[in-house]
Write a protein that binds this ligand. Structure first.
Ligand code: UDX
Length: 457
């Protein structure tokens, strides 16, 4: 199949490269010349596991090409994926200008039947919108084309793996011909396909992300109550997750969600509701809970120290989750802002997000070369991203280096018992018996989860 992917951001580049990997001839188009030149030399602009080797493999086999010419991309392919950015506007609406521009150009250059695929996360009704724009810009109105919606469900950091191992492929199409072509493209993936109309496909994307975010805010609220009543949210999540109707994923309590998708897609979904005359109530609260949750470590520190002016805070982890250098909507940004407004001194370390952090946060805090440098002289260590390397730290060495052996674990990822044995004061999120949030009635504070469970599940 001859395929063009417009937009070499995280979605477009991963999609294009993976489609080349399974034997298609893929042209990736982007307006950014510098990016295209680097990609021609096998250098991706983002970090994703396996992506670089896969790009180079397919460049060598001549199945993957990079160009700034959308005209070439349109004319030489049968299927055109639109994977350009759809950022939020300041009024909460989704900025569709890049999608519109691509649709205009497709109309201008179309030279035969094409399947146009909306891969970007776009509002419900966008397949129709693209269809109209393409048609309006066509010189020869007799040329046929179809527009389908094919949302992505890739997670940053595991996007290549997710492409080949996703739970479902959603194809929103009103045309049998286009549906057959899409099925052919994805046949070898061996992933269940759901064929639906474009509007439902577009909604599935928003509803899925909003639901996952809801699970996170829900468990975070449970955590906030757990620590007041002596329950342990990790045990509670385990107990809930065993119920197949609930499922055990996305029930890790902590300092909330960040990233390019969840916050943006929730706002997008609220806007879709608004535009349709409906006010979403649940997801609005999901965002509110998350906004409060992400600065929870600061609230805990305010209670512990009273005044944070001059307190030395060491931050471990800056990216919004492990496996990526992405800082978009990362809780760390909000924590740092609050700490700085309280006058705390901040030293920070992240395994791969340091360069990005310098660009985003600037020189208002100290960037360290390793975690031990970051914790030296600290009054409190605050863990914000659950990178595996933080679990493996030599905490005896950490204890030697800090002023006060105090750890706030914003991701409940460290071994609390072992840390307490080593003499650390340890506070997680919602862990019942050890929380500074523990302001409930005295009797309830001594309730403990029975660790010796009646049966092993
Ligand atoms: C998400 C969706 O998972 C993916 O399907 C969609 O295409 C894009 O958005 P991503 O943003 O890459 O992917 O990250 P994800 O792994 O979903 O995590 C999102 C955020 O939720 C992270 O900040 C993570 O730390 C947080 N999270 C996740 C929790 O706080 N608790 C959990 O249990 C799970």
């Amino acid at each position: 199949m001859r395929i063009t992917v417009v937009g070499t951001g995280y979605v477009g580049l991963v999609t294009g490269t993976c489609l080349a990997e399974i034997g298609n001839e893929v042209i990736c188009v982007d307006v950014n010349e510098e990016k295209i030149n680097k990609l021609r030399n096998g250098i991706p602009p983002i970090y994703e596991e396996h992506l670089e080797e896969m790009i180079n493999n397919n460049l060598a086999k001549n199945r993957l090409k990079f160009t700034t010419s959308l005209e070439r991309g349109v004319k030489l392919s049968d299927v055109i994926f639109i994977a350009v950015g759809t950022p939020p506007k300041s009024n909460g609406q989704i900025d569709m200008s890049q999608v519109d521009e691509v649709a205009k150009s497709i109309g201008k250059y179309i030279n035969g039947y094409k399947v146009i695929v909306n891969k970007s996360t776009v509002p419900v009704g966008s397949a129709n919108r693209v269809k109209n724009i393409v048609y309006l810009n066509m010189k020869d109105k007799s040329i046929e084309f179809d527009v389908v919606s094919n949302p992505e469900f890739l997670r940053e950091g595991t996007a290549v793996f997710d492409t080949f191992n996703g739970d479902r492929i959603v194809i929103g199409s009103n045309s049998e011909k286009a549906t057959e072509i899409m099925k052919e493209i994805y046949e070898s993936f061996n992933i269940p396909m759901l064929i639906t109309n474009p509007e439902s496909a577009e909604m599935i994307k928003y509803a899925s992300n909003a639901f996952l975010a809801t699970k996170i805010s829900f468990i975070n609220e449970i955590a906030n109550v757990c620590e007041r009543v002596g329950a342990d949210v990790k045990e509670v999540a385990k107990g809930m997750g065993i119920d197949k109707r609930i499922g055990n994923k996305f029930l890790n309590a902590g300092i909330g969600f960040g990233g390019a998708c969840f916050p943006k897609d929730i706002k997008g979904l609220m806007q879709i509701g608004n535009d349709a005359g409906y006010e979403f109530k649940i997801v609005k609260k999901v965002l509110e809970v998350n906004n409060a949750q992400r600065i929870k470590p600061v609230e805990m520190l305010r209670r512990l120290f009273g005044n944070l002016n001059g307190v030395n805070v060491s931050i471990l982890g800056l990216s919004f989750k492990p496996g990526t250098d992405d800082l978009r909507e990362a809780p760390s940004l909000y924590v740092i802002k609050e700490l700085q407004s309280d006058g705390a001194n901040i030293k920070a370390y992240d395994p791969i997000a340091m360069e990005n952090a310098k660009l985003v946060i600037g020189n208002s805090m100290t960037y360290c070369n390793d975690p031990y440098e970051a914790v030296e002289g600290s009054d409190v260590v605050v863990l914000l991203t659950e990178w595996a390397e933080f679990k493996k730290l030599d905490f005896n060495r950490v204890k030697e280096l800090v002023n006060r052996p105090l750890i706030i674990d914003g991701r409940n990822t460290l071994d609390s018992n072992s840390l307490k044995e080593k003499g650390f004061e340890y506070f997680g999120i919602g862990l019942g018996d050890a929380s500074v949030e523990n302001t409930g009635p005295k009797e309830s504070r001594i309730i403990r989860i029975n660790q010796k469970k009646a049966c092993v599940l």
